[in-house]
Ligand binder design. Structure first.
Ligand code: GLU
Length: 418
């Protein structure tokens, strides 16, 4: 799969290969899982505010459609590449299967620095990208959602563009839309809250007490800020936070609601917040704390960082934050890794609820969404924890074993066409 070759895709394949060995997976099924079903590369010409035209590159990769339509976010970031999107699409497959959602995995993205574009430029780029992938997506085929650099507004533009092309309003083609346009209550908070539901359950299993535990959080977007808030609400102390503009430290615990209010006023950024001392962002991952929470980019914990982290546990809110070589170092050091496909699955789980609500044109109350979310997160953790103990493997391998074996079993049952 040379065309997808990248550190992230190699990490994804490495995980899949290890998992396949543990599962004794049939070779034909293993080979089929190593290849994404479809990959689209689209050109996204966009008129800039000064009248010039920039051509961005966009991607949408559908890893598999075995258990249902495929599902996954769209990322706007300067590091987006074919290989990164392919890895993220594969992880969505395992994540959806692990959570018991009737979906395959997909991911999309545009290589762009979104923070350098005006709102009008972002809208034009989003609409053109949506029109380019429109033939290959839809409520029964592939349902995009936000990821890094995209949000509810992006989904509203996508839904509008797709609906105009179809000639009627299509709610179920995108998730994490604004409430008024068929969104679900709690979708925005779902990833961060779901992560902390897993953490709470893991604490019960490990005999840890969340109250008083210190945490360092990398990323303060939709996921990192909500996870930080939920950890603080459990009595935890968030002592360090970083985003792409810098990092802050406060040994007594940062005032997270105040930091969130500051970020809302400051284009989402933490810089300039008076309640903490600035620190070097590269030191965040190695800050002494109980819980390290990577909630931004992938690949940030490599072998070298893994040897230097000073925490008891890692709550992987980002996708693919830990490289495979780092996993072995962390395991040797006895650091508990709560893995991404389980921890950050609250987002896609409430996306599933949104799609179900859109399909039925019947919308749920917050309490119903929250109760169902917690139940699914806790059940998934319990299944993973039990398998990890039974097979004496890490929580990551147990999560992957559950996700991969379900997709493989779906393929076995459906057989090979023709
Ligand atoms: N981008 C999120 C993820 O990585 C959410 C995907 C979705 O809701 O479809 O899981």
């Amino acid at each position: 799969m040379d065309e997808f070759d990248s550190p992230m895709y190699r990490a994804g394949l490495d995980q899949l290969d290890r998992t396949a060995r543990l599962l004794n997976l049939r070779d034909d099924l293993h080979q089929r899982l190593r290849h994404p079903k479809r990959a689209f590369i689209v050109s996204v010409p966009t008129e800039m505010d000064d009248g010039s035209t920039k051509v961005f590159t966009g991607y949408r990769i559908q890893h598999n459609l075995t258990l249902g339509p495929c599902k996954g976010g769209v990322r706007y970031h300067e590091e987006v590449s074919l290989g990164e999107v392919a890895a993220l699409a594969m992880w969505m497959s395992w994540k959806c299967a692990l959570m018991g959602l009737p979906y395959g995995g997909a991911k999309g993205g545009i290589t762009v620095r979104p923070w350098e574009l005006s709102d009008r430029e972002l809208e034009r780029m989003t609409r053109r990208y949506t029109s380019e992938i429109a033939p290959f997506i839809g409520p029964d085929m592939d349902i995009p959602a936000p990821d890094m650099g995209t949000d509810e507004q992006t989904m509203a533009w996508m839904m509008d563009t797709y609906s105009i092309l179809r000639g009627y309003t299509v709610h179920g083609a995108f998730t994490s839309k604004p409430l008024l346009l068929g969104g679900s209550l709690m979708r925005r908070e779902a990833t961060g809250k779901g992560a902390v539901y897993v953490f709470e359950r893991a604490c019960e299993s490990l005999g840890w007490k969340p109250a008083g535990m210190t945490a360092a959080v990398q990323g303060f977007g939709n996921v990192g800020s909500v996870a930080a808030e939920a950890l603080a609400a459990l009595g935890g102390k968030v002592i360090a936070v970083a985003d792409r503009t810098g990092a802050l430290h406060n040994g007594n615990g940062l005032d997270i609601p105040a930091l969130i209010a500051h970020a809302i006023e400051n284009r989402g950024l933490i810089q300039g917040f008076p309640g903490g001392e600035p620190m070097a962002p590269e030191d965040l991952l190695t800050t002494r704390c109980d819980l390290l929470v990577p909630a931004a980019l992938g690949g940030v914990i490599d072998e070298r960082i893994a040897g230097r982290v000073e925490c008891r546990g890692i709550l992987e809110c980002a996708n693919g934050p830990t490289l495979p070589e780092a996993d072995s170092v962390l395991e040797e050091r006895g650091i508990v890794v709560l893995p991404d496909v389980l921890v950050n699955a609250g987002g896609v789980t409430v996306s599933y609820f949104e799609w179900v609500q859109d399909t039925q044109h019947y919308f749920w109350e917050t309490e119903e969404v929250d109760t169902r979310l917690r139940k699914i997160m806790v059940h998934a953790f319990d299944e993973v924890d039990a398998l990890a103990k039974e097979k004496n493997v890490s929580l990551r391998l147990a999560s992957l074993m559950l996700g991969v074996s379900r997709v493989a079993e779906g393929k076995r049952l459906r057989g090979l066409y023709p």
